[in-house]
Design a protein around this ligand. Structure first.
Ligand SMILES: [Zn+2]
Length: 89
């Protein structure tokens, strides 16, 4: 019992290797998202995970057109004040 895999073109997607637009096809199988370029032999597979804080990064990248992505992923450290702070009221 095999499910048919539908490969869909991603509108506006630019291939990171050859830079061609609308040549990226994506599909999902067994919790893995695959991407391939029909213009060159670019291929990528990613585990499908819940969305994280990378949404902000994607919006920023979407604003740029035909520019190489050079953003470095930096770990975000949240410093919370220690609860139960002792002080004179
Ligand atoms: Zn390509």
């Amino acid at each position: 019992m095999a499910l048919p895999i539908t490969k869909r073109f991603i509108a506006g997607a630019v291939c990171p290797r050859c830079g061609a637009m609308d040549k990226i096809r994506a599909w999902e199988n067994n919790g893995i998202r695959y991407k391939e370029c029909v213009s060159c032999d670019f291929f990528e597979q990613l585990a499908i995970e819940e969305p994280t804080a990378s949404t902000e990064l994607e919006t920023r990248v979407n604003r740029k057109h035909n520019e190489p992505i050079s953003d470095e992923i930096k770990p975000v450290r949240i410093i919370a004040p220690a609860p139960g702070k002792k002080g004179i009221h």
